[in-house]
Design a binder for this molecule. Structure first.
Ligand code: ADP
Length: 223
């Protein structure tokens, strides 16, 4: 029984059973030659999750790594377009993303998710879906004042004007990670420096090797 099968124990009815696949998780990992993992970016709106996750994904590409970025706004256009921003819908939003991330990890990919995901319990639930070591919390730690100053989508302005309710950091809580595996302090760093920090931490934790990093440095000009 694969670890994914084991963790997928809540089926809708007794008639819905897990179908064994001939090609296993181990086969896919072997083919891709990488450690599959979820890099779960969390932080306030405008903290830089999408921007840094994008830059990290580019670096992973230059290392020959297979990755996929699940981005907040994009997912809300499709998979989660039926969901709003009530507490209930936010929980369901993160639950579905966790399930999708799990499928990508099962496929052998490195998944990057960029969602505010403000609640500790929701992030814990996403972590619990995959095996130990397959989930790294990446805290994009940017002070609220800076996020509000950047306001890339004009959302803080609207929230302050009362046009958006339950906006994280304004009138809805953001529960910061207590022990994130990767803690990025973005103030005083460029986007590239932030991404470089994440990749260096991945190397330090054994998700990438020094040889692969050397390859990236040698080839970065080509991308
Ligand atoms: P989020 O996905 O967290 O809502 P975005 O990535 O959409 O945030 O927006 C962050 C904005 O801040 C972008 O416009 C980005 O260019 C800008 N920015 C400035 N400095 C940084 C930095 N050091 N790291 C990340 N983003 C930064």
């Amino acid at each position: 029984m694969s670890p994914y099968e084991k963790k997928h124990n809540e089926s809708v009815s007794d008639d819905v059973v897990w179908h064994h696949s001939t090609v296993t998780h181990a086969d896919r990992v072997q083919l891709k030659q990488q450690k599959p993992v979820v890099l779960w970016f969390t932080g306030l709106s405008g903290s830089g999750k999408s921007t840094i996750a994008n830059a990290v994904e580019s670096k992973l590409l230059s290392l020959g790594k297979h990755s996929y970025l699940l981005d907040g706004d994009n997912v809300r256009h499709g998979l989660n377009k039926d969901l709003g921003f009530s507490d209930e819908d936010r929980v369901e939003n993160i639950r579905r993303i966790g399930e999708v991330a799990k499928l990508f990890v099962d496929s052998g990919a490195i998944v990057l998710t960029a969602f505010i995901s403000p609640f500790i319990s929701d992030r814990q639930q996403a972590r619990a879906l995959v095996e130990k070591g397959e989930f790294l919390e990446v805290f994009i730690d940017t002070p609220l004042a800076i996020c509000e100053q950047r306001d890339p989508k004009g959302l803080y302005k609207k929230a302050r004007a009362g046009e958006i309710k339950h906006f994280t950091g304004i009138d809805s809580a953001y529960e910061a990670p207590e022990q994130p595996e990767i803690h990025v302090h973005t103030d005083n760093l460029s986007v590239d420096e932030c991404a470089e920090f994440v990749v260096a931490r991945l190397e330090a934790m054994g998700y990438l090797t020094a040889e692969e990093r050397k390859f990236q440095e040698d080839n970065s000009h080509a991308l």
